[in-house]
Every structure is written in C-alpha cells, then in structure tokens.
Write a protein that binds this ligand. Structure first.
Ligand SMILES: Cc1cc2nc3c(=O)[nH]c(=O)nc-3n(C[C@H](O)[C@H](O)[C@H](O)COP(=O)(O)OP(=O)(O)OC[C@H]3O[C@@H](n4cnc5c(N)ncnc54)[C@H](O)[C@@H]3O)c2cc1C
Ligand code: FES
Ligand code: FES
Length: 1522
C-alpha cells in the first residue's frame, strides 16, 4: 500500500466519499450526454453535487481552491510561468496501454478536461499530521509523521524557505518520479532535463536539487565525486581537499572545527534513511492511488457507460461561463465545428492544453461561449506515428508525447542498422524537433500543450512553427461540410499556413488533424535555433529552423535546396525567401553565407520602434544563427563524407578553423547543467555575543543565567543547523498563507480599479456599470473614504500618496489605484472592476517623465532629500591635476546604469479584512512585513482607532522588501471595502496587477570621475572620487530617499578613497513608487565602485584583482562617513583575509591563465572570472527603527510561546528566535513556538527589514526570557537541580509567579543613526574621523567575497555560470543551515538582478509599448528570474570561522541582504568574458546592468553585430529602462 503518506482524514469528509467504490450516478440529459464530469481527486471520487459545480471556463486551480477548499495548490502567476499551481494528472493512455502521470499547471488546465482522470494535489501526497500514536519525545514524534519521501527530503535538505513555491515543486518531482513507467524512481539526468517549470525566489535552488537528487536511483550509487565533479579517490588534491566526502576517507585529518557537507555525501546518506523507512517502491504511490474504476478493465459498468457518453456542461450560474463539449469521435468534433464555428453561428473554440486560450481568457478577457475539448479516444488527433517517409503527429498530441517519441527514435540502437540510411535519417529528423522541444516552455506546459495549438495560434515567436516550416512539414486539415457526409481533408504546407499576424489559412469549419513531417534525405541537414532572455521556460527573442540539402558537384558542394525560417523577425513565421534565393545553387562555402547574410540584413532590417524592440539584436541573432548553421552543416557534412564508402569521389568539404568550432551548437543543443555544491560552516557552538554585555548591564544575575559560556549540551539549540520550523507544513501544503485562510461567512472578493493611463487628471469614475453585473456587491472610491471620515493620505515617510485617487487630481502612474469593486467571486469582482468607466482630462503638456534622464532634463527631483558626502580635499580640484606628489594621477570618467528589479515574491499581495462589533473593529490578515504600518494606515483611512484594528500575519510567501510599505496599499483598499460593506473582504492581487502597481528596486544612473595614483612600484592607489547618483523613485517618495542614502553609504564598497565626494539625488518620475528591495540601495552603490575598479584596471593596465586588494580598507582606515574598522568600532575586518583565502585556495591566477588559454582557442565562446568583495552596514539608518519587542509566555507544561515584532517571510526568523528562546530556557527546540505576528500581542513594531530582525527581536526575546527566568529562579532553587522546566513552571504558577513577560531591545544610541546635515561641532575632537560627528550609521558590517566563473556564447549572448564560490562572515551563526540558505538565495537574486532580470517601461527607448510610462514586464512571461538551471553549476558556500561579533545576539550577524551583492560577481565575470571577446585592445567600455543576452551579444562586437547597427559600434548601447 503506497498511499501511506497521505492522511486521508485531512480531506474534508463532507467533500469526499471515503470509499474507493464509486456509487453515485451522474446526471445525464435526454440526449444521452453527461452534464457533469467524473472527477477524482487524490484517489477519491468527487461527489456529483460538487462535480456539477465545475464550470466550462473554470481552471482546475480555481476549482480546487474555491470549490473544494484544497488550498495546498498555490496561485503564483496564473499564466503557467511559475509552477506554484502544479498538480499531477493521472490517466490511462490507451495508445501506450499504461497509466500516465504528468505534472500540469492547474492555473491554466480546465477543470472539465480532468473528466475521467485523477488529479493528485499536494494534500494527497503526504501529511505532517502524525499517526495516531502518542509519543512524548520530539524525535519519536518526528519519525511518525506522514511525510512522503520527497517531502521529507525537502524538509531535511532545507529545500523550503517561504514555502510558497514548495507544494508546486513537490508535485513536479512527484510527477517526474512517476513518469518512468515501472523502471523505478527517476534518474538524475531525467530530473535535470525536466525540472524546468517551477520558480523559487528564496532558496537559490541548490538545496532543492539536492533533495530531488537524493531520491534518484543512480545518485551516489557509483563513485563518490566531489562538487568539482572529480571522483574523490582519483583527485590529485585528495590530501588537501576538505570536502566531507574526502575527509571521511582520511579520518582524523582536517579541521574538526568545521562541518563540511557536500551534495554528494548528503544525498547518499539520505537515500539510506528513505530506504530504511519507506522501502524502495515509495515512488509507486500514484499508481497505487489511481482509482481502479477508471481503468478500461473496470468491472464497474456504470462508470464505463458514463465515460462512454460525451460530456456537455452548460454553466447557467452567475458566472455564465458558456458550454463545454467533449466529442468522442472525429465526426462529432467536425460536426460541432460545422454547426457552430462560423461567426454567424456563434463560434466555437477548441481547447486542448488551454495554454494559449487560458491566457487569452485571463489576460485579454476573451469570452468563448462554446469550448470544445476532443477526447483522447480520437486517435488521429492524438497519435504520433512514423512511416518510411514521414512522422505523422496528431495535432492534439501533447508536446511531451512528441518529445518522447523523438527521444525513442534517437535512442533506438543503431548498431545493427548503422548502414541503414532510413534509421539515420529518422534520427536526423527527430533530433531538431527533440532539441527544440527541450527548451519549449516547461514540462508542465509540454505535458498538455499540443502542436496544433502552436500552429493555430500563429504566434510570431512560436518555436515549432519556423522549424516545421523549414522542414517542409504539411498540415492536414479536416472538415465535414455536410452532415452525415464524408470527412474532407486538405493539405497545406506549414510555410504557407501563416497569412498575417496571428491569422492562418484555415476555414472556420476545419480542424488541424495532424502534421506530416518528411524525413530528411542524404546530405540534408536541419538545425533549430533559439535565443531567449532565460534558457528555460522562455519565449524566444528570435527562433529559427534552417534546412539545407547539399549535393556534390565537380569542384564543390552545392546548395541544392535550402529553407530558412524565422520567428521573432516579422509579425508571423516567415521564410527568408530572398536570402534563400541568394544561396540556392551556390557553392557551399563561407563566402556564400557572407553574401547571404548581407541579403538577410536587407530582408529583415526592422524600424527602431518595432513591436518587441531589440531591432539590432534580433537582426544580429538572425545573422549569427545563419553563420552557426554554416558551421553546423560543414561539420555534419565532414562526418558524413568521412563515413561514406565513396568519400574519395566527393569534393572537399570547407574546412573550419579549430577556434571557430566553438560556434557550433549553443542554446538549443547545449546540455542542461548538473548543479552541485558544497557547504561548510564552523562546528555548531553556543557563542556569547551582545547579550553578555547588554544583559549584564541591566541585571547581573540574569546575565549569568543567559550569557555564561556553557559546555556543549544536547539541548543546545543555538548554533544548530535546525530545519525551518514550518518546513514540513510548507512541503505538505498545510502551511496557510493569507489567501488560504478559510472563507468567513459572507466573504466578498475584491478587485482594484486601476488607472489605465497617466499624465492627465482623473475626470470621472462611473461605477454604475459594475454594479449592474450579477454578483457584484459594491464599488468604493475616494468618496467612500470621505464618507467614513477617513484620511486618504498615505506614505511611509512623506504623506504624499493616497489610498484612492480623488477625481480632479492628476493620475501619476499607470495602475494608480482609484477604488475597489467587491463581489461574490474574484472573477466577478474583476469583471466589475473592468466595467467601471473612468474618464481622464486632457493630457498635460510634454511627455510624461519616465526615465532618470527625463527627470534630470526636467529637474524633477526630491531636492530636500538630496544628500551629499564629502571628505578629504576638494575632489574637483584634485581631479583636474595630473600628478600627486610627483606621481602620475590617472583619471577615469564615465557613467554607470543599473536597472530596476521586480521582487517577484511567489505569493502576491493578499489581505483578508474582517469587520466585527458592528463594523467598529477590524481584523486584518495581511501578507506584510509591516503589521504596525498596516494597522496604522488601515485605522487612519477607515477612521477607526488603532486600538480597534488588529493586524495578524502568519507567514508570507516571500517579501524581499516588497511588502514593507507597498503591501499596505492593498490592505487599506480591502479595509475600506470591509468597513463600507460591513462584510469580510479578501483582496489577493493578480500577479500582473501586483507587478504593475507595487514598484520595485530603484534603477540608478551614476556619473563619475575618479583618480588613482600610480606608484613607482606599479601599484595603483585610489586617490579621489567624485560621483553623482540618481535613482528612479517613481511618482511617490515611499522609501526613495533612504534607498539613496544607503547607496551613498555603500559607494565605497571595501575600498579606501582618501578624497571623496558623492551626491545622491532622488528623481521623481511617472513610474509606480519604487521601494525597499533586499540590499536597499547598497548593491546599487557598491556596483559603482566595482565598475570604476574595472575602468582603472584597463586604463592602468593592471590586474583588477590586485587593484582591489591593494586598495582595501585596513584597520587603520575609516569610511567616508567616519566609521573606523576594528574590534571596538565595527568588529573584525575580515574582507582582506577572505579575499586572500579565495584568491589563493581557488588559485585565481591559475584559473585566469586557464581561461586565457581557453579563450585563445575559442573564438566564439569566451570565459570570464571575477572576484568581488562586499561589506554591508547593519542597522536601520533611521535611528528610531532600531528597536524590537517580544512577548514570551511560559506554560505549565514547560512549553514556551514567543511573539515578537518580526515577521516570517521565509528567512527563518521564527526558527532562529525559537532557538534563542530554547537556549535561554534550556529546553528542546520543539518546545518553543512562534504562532504569528500580531499587533495586539507586540505593538508598535518595526517592519522586518534591513536584515535586522534577529538582531532586534532575538535580543528582545532574550530580554523577556530573562525576566521570566529571573522570576522562576527562586522556585528552581527549591527543586532538585535536574527538575524539568514544566515542574518549575507548575510550581511557579501555584505560587502566583507571573510566567509571561514583555521584552524590549533598542540598539545602543551611539551605534546607529546619522544626521546628514549636521555641521561639525566646534568642539569636535580633531583626532576623530571626518564626518563621525554626524553619527555612526551602522552597528557592524556583514562581509563576504565571491568568485564566479562564466562562459558566454559570443554569437548569441547566451551565458552560463560555471562556478561560484562564496565565503561570508556571518559571525557565529545561530543557525548555519538557514544562513547558508539566505546566502545562496541572496546570491541567486543578486545574480538575477545583474544578469537576466530586466524591467521594461514604456519610455523613449520603448516607444512600441503603450501608453507611455506603463510597465511592460508584468509576469513571468515577460520578466525572467533565475530558474533551476541558472544556478552556478558548481556552487560552494562557506561561513567564515572564528568570526565572533560582540555587537549582536549570540555573536551572530545579520545575513538577509549582505550576500545579495555577491551575486554581481557573475555580472563582472560576464564583463570579463565580454572584454576577452572584444579583444585586448578594445579599452574600457560601459557595460550596463543587467547583462542580458542582448547586452552581452551587442557588447562583444564583431563583424556581424557591427553590420546590424546603424550607429558606431563603440557608442552603441542596447536600449534599457533606467
Ligand atoms: C508558460 C508558457 C510558456 C510557453 N512557452 C512557449 C515556448 O517556449 N515556445 C512556444 O512556441 N510557445 C510557447 N507557449 C505557447 C503555447 O504553449 C503553445 O502555443 C502551445 O502549443 C499551445 O497548445 P495548447 O494545446 O495549449 O493550445 P490551446 O490553448 O488549447 O489552443 C490554442 C489555439 O489553438 C487552437 N487549436 C488547438 N488545437 C487545434 C486543432 N487541432 N485544430 C485547430 N485549432 C486548434 C485552439 O482553438 C486555440 O485557438 C507557452 C505558453 C505558456 C503559457
Ligand atoms: S500559478 Fe500556475 S504557473 Fe504560476
Ligand atoms: S521557498 Fe521558494 S519561493 Fe520561497
């Protein structure tokens, strides 16, 4: 029985029959159709009353969450791009006579398409609920959970942080493990090929890879390899290697003070645990769960009979969702098309995977009254066959089925028929299709999407269409024009099928039945090409299929046939006819291709404002693909000729120089990487930190209790790599997020009314059309706030924003909130919001200010918040010199741009507002980092006393700063609606709304002049910096000023500038207000100096590594803001030693030499490396914010409940705080619990931000623990020394001792705060550093260094990160596993910001986007965060040893933000590779951030890209939004 992990009792008994026997009848109408689907969820049938509620236009996700209340499956994006909604669909496949278990995106897949199939959700996989056995010890309790091995692996390997992505990832793995049809659990390579449809914004993926791999049959079965890939036993460095896999074998050798843990060892050990507990057949659970009555062999004739009837579902509810038809035969299908498809007959829409139709319905609000979903029993639509001459692909067969078919063809053993041309040609036909499909969308999409859908949609950037066009594929269209007549078939070539933008040559009554792909013939070559912003799950920028047949002539090979098709170069899939004509009949040689390239450039040159933009890059890509194709064909031809018996009769094949070979292959054919990593950290210890001095100052006795060094004890919690407290709940979907809270009675759903343009006054809002929609309850605007007597003004620092924009005021950004509509469901509320009629006055003169450059031109600044930092001499004067003390002064000058970043927390903003006490009180459940701010503004805007507003926050699905201030706006909207309607209101933002209105990281533009002195010994010393920073704050101040301040504090990074002048000017534009984001301006500041370092290195012709090392701060130095380094000031200064450690142990000089050798050998593939340090100041720069509070209750059973001022967003704060409290009381970690963050328990809290939450709330918790410990000490003294805490607590209770305490902590006055405008006091001591009179902005610095190595494809701009080694000083870690998780997650987020994540606005650079100022990147489809395969292939992280920190609790250090900047090492490594591609003499170039494939390609600069740009290569910059 493999269903043992599930807790059946968790499924609502009112919802499901508990028996597998299906006893109910489905309703049928008189015509013999079924009118409700037969649904099975988690092995159990859904009762007819609930099945009948499934609507034709309803997604499976909506049905699971709203109708069945199964909230484990999450809504992350609603567009198939994040995988949070992944479930497994199991069905019997008649063609393969087996069960298929496939992961699908429930947010797109129609619920009615699940008819006759089984859906498994995360609730059906396993449960944290314990078996019904009582155990007293925690370890016994843990053993008896109901976790499935995949869930257990994820928990144990720290695979979840916020946990919002986790159920989807578990389901994707569950599907993959089950797909290997009886061959046993998956192989590593299978997972690596397919785990491509899920995003995680927190973890950095490495631990998830570990968890997945740990369950694979082949992982760890063979030789133990280190993360470097070398088998440990064969490693030449075996004697010095400190990886645990090696150390184990060298027992007794190596530091016992360091815990080494590497992927390989961990997964091997985990496998043993799984095998012991679960046996080896755990992966068969889906087969075992599958209801037998759905198999064709079922004896349940009632079911058989039901399923044999076509399904017709009509929605007559208020949703009015149309009709769903599921014909069983081709004739039935064609009859439906004949009778309904023509427009005059009302139309009909075929849906197969719904991956296009679902998007049209959701985002373009398309309404289809009739949806037809052909049943799989229509073989000609679903089968994939091969004949001697063709592959025949049923138009509705899934892309996965096609991919598997090609895989089988490719892996059919050739040994016996190696001479068999047919077999060879089959493989050559299958390969390009197979390779292209590997990069087509994601596994979840491919499992349901079909080729017919790709063709019929006619997307200009379809991946398969150009390939099929180039392969001469034919489409077979079927129709049945006459009732009861025969089926008519028409053939059309794919190349002729596309008639215009998204239009095709298909009659209304026709359906695509199949696609016929001809086999390639002798000397015929096909290659697919694709380049996208991200490698996996991304739509192409340019995609292409190219085919060429060569024939031998007397002197050369001749191009006998050629087809070159492109996507992304025109409004439809096109053949490059002129280019093809220029090639046909010509000799197969490089010059022919060079001539063809010139024709291609003419044929496809696009205007500047072409939709999609990137005109020059797209043309460059098309030309580069052509060149790659030439090399590909030459290589293949050479192989064929050499293998041929008549090779001596053939003309010579054009030779390819060896350094050109690196251009062959690339994006499509590249292997997916295998991600490995090693982590090391100092052996766990309970370190003593700030609590020793701080508590000693407050009370000597209690300090003794808490802070005295102890012998290690088995009850020690601090220092242990404990798993995330909510890990098991994350992995089972049992962790509830705001949108998962069960609907209270009378719940209304909300949707915001948003401005669709800006730069004009709001003339009027008419809500009456919305109110007339059935199911809409109300619509509220600014006037309703007035009626409530509320204050509409909002904003965290300046009250310059509003809750709802009043009529008459200027609309300042596209997406500004005008009001809210509430209704019976979210769909209805959204429909209502769309129906509201909004009118705008005349646009203001001039264009809306969108970019920083626009703002500079218009002088649109917050001038009161322009800050300046100066030290040393007058830099203007200094930089006008040529010498300093007789030594040459080298001056560099330039500008740097870094783009914005979208938070992309997986859980969008969500609030549930519940009025009570006749509407006088409000309880707000919100996904927010700032409960107090939420309370404050909900109270003000609704005119409710703060004491009557309670804000509760259990957990967030990620925050990263995005829910520090901007979440408050949506909570306020829900609160207003709840107050006005006196009903509970839920407002969960759609991903696109969230991304359109909540702002993100600030883009920066910086202008610099800098000087360095060249010493006699050749060393270069930084001398003076003059830098002007501008950031794009959007239209409201929000946190723009403080973000700029932190950038100013970090411009120096780790380097000493004796003369320094920086000015930061916050710019006001028409973008949404930008806000906090991990690093809070620090990374934008540090990146400036690192750019300047590169500039100096090139200008002075010195090593960048040495330049950096030579200019690092030493203990004698101090920062421009007057903070000194060293023990009493900021603690240990570890950056130089960490830098040396990585430089030496990783042999950076040797690596650079190896890279140089590689680059010399490869013209089109270049490698680069970068070693980048960071120091990050810890403290809120606003002094008052450096405080924390806690409330601790000790219960008489000896367990402890902690509430504190912080919020849990995945960073493990609650786990760490529990560790601190458990340590204080000397109890097991399991006995301490944090429930939620609530303003009625701990009031007046500070947002969880600035990485400070453990520092502040950990200390506050200790303060509360101290008070209780102090009170119970006399009781303890009366009991035997080994008395349990429960005995002490009980006795104390009876003796009337207060067992609850409030704790508080404020950072020392002289260790935080900075007054920018304070003049030097006259009596300020001369020996103190300049500017130190202004304050001491940081308590200490968290420090780190990273080394990254990358490889770029010069012709396409594609890149991969080969390795990253990171070392971070996080003090004495309270929880090394959590800290390593934070480092890995931050690194990948920083890597994303600096490489593939590009926010795009409708600005001067993007005039094809309308209206001006709108953000274009509003979902995972357009905005790419790193995914599973973007992680460095070798990713090693270590925590620094001996890194005590006397300034924080238990000697720890803040970790959340500091490592973010280290991810930029990947950017600088890319820059290094680009420099290599440009050649040694190219000099300095401005390489803007992010390093998208476009920027990489266009910066490499070669003859191809130069031909494709109109301007000079040296000044050309790809467009960007800054
Ligand atoms: C997250 C995501 C990623 C994607 N990535 C890619 C990608 O990398 N490359 C790419 O090219 N595309 C991509 N797509 C687009 C999409 O997946 C494909 O176009 C897919 O092939 C559509 O198939 P479907 O079965 O889901 O179509 P559906 O949505 O079910 O139907 C699409 C259209 O085709 C029509 N249709 C379907 N079958 C037939 C038929 N047999 N006869 C007549 N009309 C028919 C439907 O009526 C409808 O108009 C992506 C989509 C999503 C959501
Ligand atoms: S919610 Fe379905 S893929 Fe994002
Ligand atoms: S743990 Fe993956 S998104 Fe948070």
């Amino acid at each position: 029985m493999h269903t043992r992990f599930r807790s059946l009792s968790r499924l609502p008994s009112s919802t499901f029959h508990t028996s597998h026997t299906f006893t109910h009848s489905l309703p049928t109408n008189n015509s013999g159709y079924r009118t409700a689907p037969l649904l099975h969820i988690n092995g159990q049938p859904v009762p007819p009353s609930l099945a009948a509620q499934a609507r034709p236009n309803q997604t499976l996700l909506s049905y699971l969450r709203s109708t069945l209340g199964l909230t484990g499956t999450k809504l992350g994006c609603g567009e198939g791009g994040c995988g949070a909604c992944t479930v497994v669909l199991s069905a019997y496949c008649p063609r393969r006579n087996t069960l298929l278990h496939q992961s699908v995106n429930a947010c797109l897949f129609p619920v009615l398409a699940c008819d006759g199939k089984m859906i498994t959700t995360v609730e059906g996989v396993g449960s944290w609920k314990k078996l019904d056995v009582h155990h007293s010890s925690a370890s016994a309790r843990e053993k008896d959970d109901n976790l499935h091995p995949i869930q257990r692996a994820m928990v144990d390997m720290h695979g979840s942080q916020c946990g919002f992505c986790t159920p989807g990832i578990i389901m994707a793995m569950y599907g993959l493990f089950a797909t290997e049809d009886g061959e046993g659990p998956s192989r590593v390579s299978h997972l690596e090929e397919h785990l491509d449809g899920n995003l995680c914004r927190c973890t950095g993926y490495r631990p998830i890879w570990d968890a997945a791999r740990s369950l694979c049959v082949d992982e760890g079965m063979g030789v133990v390899r280190g993360p470097c890939g070398v088998p440990c036993r064969e490693c030449p460095e075996r004697e010095v290697c400190e990886m645990e896999c090696n150390v184990r074998e060298r027992e007794g050798v190596g530091s016992m003070d360091v815990v080494h843990s590497c992927t390989q060892r961990k997964v091997v050990e985990f496998r043993k645990v799984v095998d012991e507990k679960h046996g080896s057949d755990w992966w068969k659970q889906p087969m075992d769960m599958f209801p037998k009555e759905l198999l064709p062999t079922t004896e349940n004739t009632e079911i058989r009979e039901q399923l044999s009837k076509p399904l017709v579902v009509v929605d007559s509810s208020i949703h009015n969702g149309g009709t769903w038809l599921q014909p069983h035969t081709l004739e039935e299908l064609l009859d439906l098309f004949r009778d309904y498809a023509p427009a005059e007959k009302g139309g009909i829409k075929m849906v197969v995977g719904n991956t296009e139709v679902g998007i049209e319905t959701k985002f373009k609000h398309a309404v289809y009254n009739r949806l037809v979903h052909p049943k799989e029993s229509i073989h000609s639509l679903y089968e994939v066959l091969e004949t001697e001459s063709h592959f025949h692909v049923g138009a509705c067969s899934s892309l996965s089925a096609l991919q598997q078919f090609c895989h089988r063809v490719l892996h059919t053993n050739l040994a016996t028929d190696v001479q068999n041309d047919t077999a060879l040609h089959k493989k050559r036909t299958a390969k390009p299709i197979h390779d292209m499909l590997r990069w087509f969308a994601s596994t979840q999409i491919r499992n349901v999407a079909c080729l017919g859908g790709n063709l019929a949609t006619a997307s200009p950037i379809s991946d398969m269409n150009p390939l099929l066009a180039s392969m001469n594929a034919q489409i077979v269209l079927a129709s049945r024009p006459v009732s009861d007549g025969g089926i008519e078939r028409r053939k059309i070539a794919v190349k002729d099928f596309f008639t215009g933008y998204r239009t095709v040559d298909k009659k209304d009554i026709e359906v695509i039945e199949r696609v016929d792909i001809p086999m390639v013939s002798e000397f015929e070559y096909v290659a697919p090409f694709k380049q996208a912003r991200r490698r996996e799950d991304d739509i192409s920028i340019v995609t292409s299929g190219m085919r060429m047949r060569l024939s031998p002539s007397e002197h050369s090979w001749v191009i006998a046939d050629v087809a070159i098709a492109f996507g992304g170069m025109a409004p439809k899939t096109v053949l490059a006819n002129k280019t093809m004509a220029a090639m046909l009949g010509k000799a197969f040689e490089e010059s022919t291709f060079a001539e063809a390239r010139a024709v291609l450039q003419h044929e496809f040159r696009m205007p500047d404002d072409v939709p999609g933009g990137q005109a020059e890059y797209r043309l460059t890509l098309a030309c580069s693909f052509l060149y790659k194709f030439y090399l590909h064909c030459a290589a293949e031809l050479k192989k064929d000729v050499e293998a041929s018996a008549s090779k001596d009769n053939f003309p010579a094949v054009p030779a390819i120089p060896s350094d050109e070979e690196s251009a062959i292959g690339g994006f499509v054919s590249a292997p997916k990487p295998s991600i490995r990593g090693a982590q090391s950290f100092p052996a766990p210890k309970v370190a003593t930190g700030l609590e020793a001095t701080h508590l000693a100052a407050s009370n000597a006795e209690s300090a003794k209790v808490l802070a005295s060094p102890k012998e290690p004890s088995k009850l020690d919690s601090v220092g242990q790599p404990a798993t995330h407290a909510s890990g098991p709940l994350h992995c089972t979907g049992e962790a509830a997020y705001t949108d998962d809270i069960p609907a209270p009675e009378n719940l209304l759903h909300g949707s915001l009314i948003l401005a669709s343009k800006c730069h004009a006054p709001l003339a009027s809002i008419d809500i009456t059309p919305a109110l007339s929609i059935p199911g809409v309850f109300g619509a509220y605007t600014h006037q309703d706030i007035e009626k409530l007597g509320g204050d509409n003004r909002m904003g965290p620092i300046l009250l310059d924003d509003v809750a709802f924009l009043p009529v008459g005021e200027k609309v300042e950004f596209v997406g500004q909130v005008l009001g809210i509509v509430v209704g019976a469901s979210q769909e209805i509320a959204e429909k209502g919001a769309r129906a509201v009629v909004v009118e705008y006055g005349e646009e203001e003169a001039g264009n809306a200010i969108v970019s920083i450059e626009d703002a500079i031109k218009a002088g649109s600044f917050w001038t009161d918040f322009r800050h300046e930092m100066k030290r040393g001499g007058d830099v203007y004067h200094i930089l006008s010199q040529t010498e300093v003390d007789g030594k040459p002064l080298v001056v560099v000058e330039g500008s740097i741009r870094s783009g914005g970043q979208e938070h992309f927390y997986l859980e969008p903003n969500s609030t549930l507002a519940i009025p009570s006490e006749s509407g006088t009180n409000l309880t707000i459940y919100a996904s927010t980092q700032a409960p107090t701010k939420t309370q404050d503004f909900c109270a003000r805007v609704t005119n409710t006393p703060a004491a009557r507003v309670v804000v509760r926050m259990k957990r967030m699905g990620g925050g990263f700063g995005g829910k520090e201030t901007r979440s408050v706006f949506s909570s306020v909207a829900a609160a207003v609606a709840a107050k006005c309607s006196n009903r509970p209101v839920r407002l969960t933002l759609n991903r696109d709304t969230d991304m359109s209105i909540t702002g993100g990281r600030h883009a920066f533009v910086t202008y610099y002049r800098a000087g360095a002195v060249v010493n006699d010994d050749g060393t270069v010393k930084l001398h003076a910096l003059d830098v002007k920073l501008y950031n794009n704050g959007g239209c409201k101040f929000d946190l723009t000023g403080p973000v700029m301040d932190r950038a100013l504090f970090h411009v120096d990074n780790c380097y000493n500038w004796p003369n320094f002048h920086s000015v930061g000017t916050p710019c006001k534009t028409s973008q949404p207000p930008h806000t906090a984001f991990r690093g809070f301006g620090g990374p934008q500041g540090m990146v400036i100096t690192e750019h300047i370092m590169d500039h100096f290195a090139i200008k002075c012709n010195v090593s960048g590594d040495k330049l950096r090392r030579d200019n690092m701060y030493t203990l004698q130095d101090c920062t421009p803001f007057g903070m000194r380094f060293g023990d009493n000031f900021t603690g240990k200064w570890n950056v130089p030693s960490m830098y040396d450690q990585l430089y030496n142990t990783l042999d950076v000089p040797g690596r650079r030499a190896a890279i140089a050798a590689f680059n010399a050998k490869n013209k089109w593939t270049k490698r680069g490396i970068a070693l980048i340090p960071t120091k990050f100041g810890i403290a809120f720069t606003a002094k008052y914010m450096n405080q924390g509070g806690a409330l601790v209750h000790l219960y008489t059973d000896g367990t402890v409940l902690v509430s504190h001022g912080g919020t849990e967003m995945g960073q493990g704060l609650h786990t760490k705080v529990c560790q601190v409290a458990a340590q204080a009381f000397g109890i097991p970690l399991d006995d301490v619990y944090v429930n939620d963050s609530s303003t009625d328990k701990v009031a007046n809290t500070i947002p969880s931000a600035a990485s400070m939450s453990t520092d502040l709330n950990g200390m506050a918790t200790l303060d509360a623990c101290r008070k209780i410990l102090e009170r119970i000490q006399p009781i303890r003294d009366q009991l035997p020394p080994n008395a349990k805490l429960s005995e002490v607590a009980k006795k104390a209770f009876y003796e009337r001792v207060d067992l609850s305490a409030h704790g508080f902590y404020a950072l020392d006055n002289d260790r935080c705060g900075y007054d920018w405008n304070k003049d030097r006091p006259e009596d300020f001591p001369v020996d103190l550093p300049e500017n130190s009179w202004k304050g001491h902005p940081f308590n200490y610095f968290t420090q780190g260094v990273a080394l990254a190595e990358v490889e770029i494809d010069v012709l396409t701009g594609d890149h991969k990160t080969l390795s990253a080694d990171v070392i971070v000083d996080v003090g004495s870690s309270i929880n090394p596993a959590i800290d390593i998780g934070q480092i890995e997650g931050a690194f990948i987020q920083g890597m994303g910001w600096s490489t593939i994540e590009e926010v795009v606005y409708a600005d001067d650079d993007h005039t094809w986007i309308r209206p001006r100022a709108r953000v274009f990147t509003t979902g995972p489809g357009t905005y790419k965060i790193p995914c599973f395969n973007d992680v460095p292939e070798r990713f090693n992280v270590s925590l620094l040893e001996n890194a005590d920190n006397p300034f924080a609790v238990h000697s720890s250090k803040a970790v959340g933000e500091p490592p973010f900047f280290l991810g930029c090492s990947v950017f600088f490594a890319i820059k290094d590779a680009v420099t290599a591609a440009r050649g040694e003499n190219s000099g300095y170039f401005e390489f803007r951030m992010p390093a998208t494939s476009e920027r990489i390609r266009m910066a490499c600069g070669d003859v191809i890209s130069s031909e494709c740009i109109a301007t000079e290569f040296s000044t050309f910059q790809p467009k960007g939004s800054f």
